[in-house]
Design a protein around this ligand. Structure first.
Ligand code: TTJ
Length: 649
């Protein structure tokens, strides 16, 4: 009776393996080189599981000249005794029963990978032959073969040549050895790629701290050993080897929560993208999933808490976002758990919802522990500083986007009412004078050459762009008029091609208010129309400070030094007029001194000038009181023309 049922069972099992051979794609996805490697990983996974559960610390992989490959571990060995239900040895069950995969019950293993869980029997089914040795005091041995059934004309897969045999040969070794030759009639190629294998082995060695994996390729007589006592900490170091790291030792932690073992390693670089790699039971999850989500939110939460505790983030500040902490982050998150469920089209994503809170909790708890270590304070401060920078860039980008959008809608409106436009249609020749004050604006309108000179008078100070919010800036009429007059748009939408005036000339008084207006305009250009400055389209008009005259002679002086020279030149009986503002000049004088291309003085604004103006505005208007005082002290007479942005005539 027992024997009969065994036989029936046996036949059913063999039919199972034949099914694998009939439709390999159903079990390993593909019969390409990827599928070929897949049947190797099914075997390697079993050995790695034994190691991951603490029963083995060495795995040898050999590629042979005959096209076969072997995997050996120094673990407990596949069970050699008769399996009570199957009535055959454990070894036979492992290699002939689909889904058995060496994991008889979860009592033997806490966690097991199994790349796709199809098990070692699939490897057997798709091999020409497979040999097993188990070392437990003596050497046990068994062999499987595929052969042509002459009666049916079909190939039978993975058939035991004989039951498992105790050879009685004594051995001091412990473990399992499996060697197989992939079936050339199944796969598109049966040539293993050692590079692919090496890459995967290296990853497995990183993921399993202290596990030694030896590789030997007999075809090339090439060997390499992988062993990382730092595990994923070494992995992170390896990933960052050619990058600029922000601190030398990666942060590392490992803890268990709700039967899930969580391990992570983190190190930041000066890069702007993140490289986070996650794994479940040594299987990569390139699309992330619940564990990665938990890790990222745990990281964000604990680092925000830290930043507040250290008062780097003030009460009024918003929390830093997950995206801010992503910048330059290199991390490995590796978890081990039971009943893994993969999701997504490619099954590259961890679906188990319970993984999320477990990983988040471990991440927060373990990071908080590390944060208490005074020696790591600098590291954490560096991480926060990096994220603060990222947040700043994020806000600036958002602002630029909003402003660009708003500017687009501005173009639709007609805001150039105050603008006295020019008639010429050649932007290369056209000049826009932005003139401080209505009275100077009036003079300029009278003096100009209408064909190529346009005048935009500014009433009062254009709004300080630094202190105000975006919406307020755009509500400011002066700024709106400038934007719509230039025609370029702003921020990310800025388009130099649409510029209507190739010279944009700021004309302001030589006093403190004038200097301020100039700085505000330069700051605006620097922030929102940087290219305009970069391409040399922004100028500062230089009205003279003095007029020296006698009879019909008139000489202008732009500073005190020049005044002395001009006085000498005009000679006895001279008169001096000091201009307090542009408005004191009549149109003819304004034309001659500041607008006539033949006689005027213009200074082209460089990007450094604009940057300096931006800094000045930021410091003068910003929150840093000490910095402001220092700046005012150092630039006490900042309304002097030559002190403003190093402009040279
Ligand atoms: C199963 O539960 C009892 C103790 O041994 C467990 C076991 O199966 N261990 C084991 C299997 N170690 N190594 C393997 C193994 C190694 C290779 C190379 C291939 C396969 C299919 C299994």
């Amino acid at each position: 009776m027992a024997k009969n049922s065994y036989k029936a069972e046996d036949i059913k099992i063999l039919e199972g393996l034949d099914a694998v051979r009939m439709r390999p794609g159903m079990y390993i996805g593909t019969t390409s080189i990827k599928g070929l490697h897949h049947i190797l990983w099914e075997i390697v996974d079993n050995a790695v599981d034994e190691a991951a559960n603490g029963f083995a610390d060495k795995i040898d992989i050999v590629l042979y000249k005959d096209g076969s490959v072997s995997v050996e571990d120094n673990g407990r060995g596949i069970p050699t005794d008769i399996h009570s239900k199957a009535g055959v040895s454990g070894v036979q069950v492992v290699f002939t029963q689909l889904h058995a995969g060496g994991k008889f019950s979860s009592d033997n293993y806490n966690f097991s990978g199994g790349l796709h869980g199809v098990g070692a029997s699939v490897t057997n089914a798709l091999s020409e032959w497979l040999k097993v040795e188990v070392y437990k005091n003596t050497v046990y041995s068994m062999e499987f073969r595929s052969y042509l059934n002459k009666e049916t004309g079909k190939i039978r897969s993975g058939v035991p040549v004989a039951p498992l045999k105790d050879t009685k040969v004594k051995t001091k070794k412990k473990g399992t050895f499996v060697r197989f030759k992939p079936d050339a009639t199944v796969f598109e190629t049966v040539e293993f790629n050692s590079e692919t294998i090496l890459k995967k082995i290296k990853e497995l060695a990183f993921l399993n701290k202290g596990l030694e994996i030896n590789f030997y390729d007999e075809r090339l007589d090439y060997r390499q050993t992988f062993k990382y006592d730092g595990g994923i900490l070494d992995f992170v170091k390896y990933l960052n080897v050619s990058k600029n790291t922000l601190y030398s030792e990666p942060l590392y932690a490992r803890a268990e929560k709700d039967n899930i073992v969580v391990e992570f390693a983190i190190q930041h670089t000066d890069a702007y993208v993140d490289s986070v790699y996650s794994y479940v039971n040594n299987i990569p999850t390139p699309e992330g999933g619940m564990h990665e989500t938990g890790f990222r939110s745990g990281l964000t939460r604990s680092l925000n808490d830290y930043a507040r505790e250290r008062n780097i983030l003030k009460d009024k500040d918003d929390n830093l976002l997950g995206d801010d902490f992503k910048e330059g982050l290199t991390a490995i998150v590796s978890i081990k758990m039971q009943n893994v469920q993969f999701e997504g089209q490619t099954k590259n994503k961890l679906g188990n919802p319970e993984a999320r809170p477990a990983v988040e909790s471990v991440t927060v708890t373990e990071l908080e522990l590390l944060m208490k270590n005074k020696k790591l304070q600098k590291t954490f401060d560096t991480i926060i500083a990096k994220a603060m920078n990222a947040a700043k860039a994020r806000l600036a980008a958002k602002k630029a986007k909003e402003i660009a959008r708003a500017a687009k809608s501005l173009e639709a409106q007609n805001l150039v009412g105050k603008l006295a436009s020019c008639s010429g249609r050649k932007p290369e020749l056209n000049e826009l004078f932005i003139v401080e004050g209505d009275s100077a604006g009036g003079s300029a309108k009278q003096a100009r050459v209408r064909q190529y000179q346009a005048i935009l008078p500014l009433r009062g100070k254009p709004l300080n762009v630094e202190k105000k919010k975006l919406e307020q800036i755009l509500q400011n009429e002066e700024i709106r008029t400038i934007i719509s007059a230039l025609g370029t748009g702003i921020g990310s939408e800025f388009d130099l091609e649409s510029l209507k005036f190739h010279k944009v000339i700021i004309l302001s008084d030589a006093d403190q208010d004038g200097a301020h207006i100039r700085a505000i305009l330069l700051t605006f250009f620097f922030r929102y129309m940087r290219e305009l400055v970069n391409e040399g389209h922004v100028y500062i008009g230089m009205p003279p400070l003095y007029k020296v005259y006698k009879g019909n002679t008139e000489e202008y002086a732009y500073d005190d030094n020049e005044l002395k020279q001009k006085i000498e030149k005009v000679g006895k009986g001279y008169n001096v007029q000091r201009y307090k503002g542009l408005g004191e000049m009549d149109p003819a004088q304004l034309w001659e001194t500041t607008m006539n291309p033949e006689t005027r003085s213009l200074m082209r604004v460089t990007i450094e000038d604009a940057m300096e103006a931006d800094r000045l505005i930021t410091v003068l208007m910003g929150d840093e009181v000490a910095e402001r005082k220092k700046y005012i002290f150092e630039h006490a007479n900042f309304n002097k023309q030559d002190n403003f942005a190093k402009l040279k005539r």
